[in-house]
Ligand binder design. Structure first.
Ligand code: NDP
Length: 277
């Protein structure tokens, strides 16, 4: 008896740029699975209907990208702990009458840092720039790795304060010093890992911060992928190691693949193949 092809999708708006179909098809090929994975452009006010249509079409699961991660959280009937804490969902699992919401962004970032870039977070001093969905989605996973300090900063500093208040209980439970600084005003400080989780690189805007923050011992990570950003160039000029967010993208997809198929795919060759495109 031939097995029925399992269907998956990534939902976003815009969606044409998404690498998720390529990544999931590559994982499936490597593991001998015959899947159908498509990119779905949802009208901005139709996310819920789009998901329900996919459920009637018997999809097994869907990835969710901008700007629907918060709506996906609202729509899910059950949440993983990472999704509950981030209040955002990037992976949906459709299971009988349940819609299970997961958030694999933080796991993806931490795996890229620790496994691909060999940068372990335990006892390190980390600066996270940005207070949007991407920043909020990764904080708990960073805290779980028990850095000595996690400092938050953002152009609109009040948003960092809101996140600090929300996450402080988790920081305390992992014994991490969670604080907020205004990077535009603060004097030079030392960080081991500096993560750009803003969307400034999309328009190649420079972040207003002292370049002295970068040094030979730091890793400057930009969640943006697909190009060398001004942020990465600035860090490189100060001797810092740099990385874009392509590895995070592939690792978060790998965790979604594991949720749906219970198989951990190899990520290295997929990252390398996308990097040469
Ligand atoms: P949001 O729109 O939710 O947040 C945007 C953030 O960027 C806010 O903190 C905003 O600050 C800040 N910002 C925007 N423009 C500037 C600027 N010119 N200078 C300083 N700060 C600025 O976006 P997301 O959090 O969802 O996404 C952020 C980035 O992360 C995107 O580039 C996205 O592609 C990337 N990403 C990558 C992933 C990966 O797998 N590699 C996964 C998820 C996201 P303010 O609050 O002041 O407006």
């Amino acid at each position: 008896m031939t097995e029925i092809k399992k269907h998956f999708a990534v939902i976003g708006n815009p969606i044409h740029h998404s690498l998720s179909p390529q990544i999931h098809r590559a994982f499936a090929r490597e593991n001998g699975l015959d899947i159908h994975y498509e990119a779905i452009l949802s009208p901005l006010d139709q996310f819920k209907n789009t998901v329900h249509t996919l459920i009637t079409q018997k999809l097994i699961g869907a990835n969710v990208t901008l700007p629907f991660k918060k709506e996906a959280y609202q729509l899910a009937t059950t949440h993983s702990s990472h999704a509950r804490i981030a209040e955002a969902v990037n992976t949906l699992e459709f299971n009988d009458n349940e819609i299970i919401g997961h958030n694999t962004d933080g796991i993806g970032l931490v795996r890229d840092l620790e496994q691909n870039l060999n940068t372990h977070l335990k006892h390190k001093k980390i600066l996270l720039i940005g207070a949007g969905g991407a920043a909020e989605g990764v904080i708990y996973s960073i805290l779980e790795k028990k850095p000595s300090e996690l400092t938050l900063t953002n152009r609109t500093i009040e948003k960092s304060n809101v996140i600090q208040n929300k996450m402080d209980v988790h920081a305390k439970s992992f014994d991490v010093n969670l604080n907020v600084i205004d990077i535009a005003k603060c004097p030079h400080q030392y960080f081991d890992v500096i993560i750009n989780a803003t969307s400034a690189s999309l328009s190649d805007d420079a972040l207003h911060m002292d370049p002295k923050i970068f040094h030979g011992g730091s890793l400057a990570y930009d969640m943006m992928y697909g190009k060398e950003t001004s942020y990465m160039n600035q860090a490189k000029s100060k001797g810092s190691r740099v990385s874009d967010g392509l590895g995070m993208l592939v690792e978060q997809a790998a965790e979604a693949f594991f949720i749906w198929h219970h198989i951990k795919p190899h990520t290295k060759s997929v990252i390398e193949s996308l990097r040469v495109l």
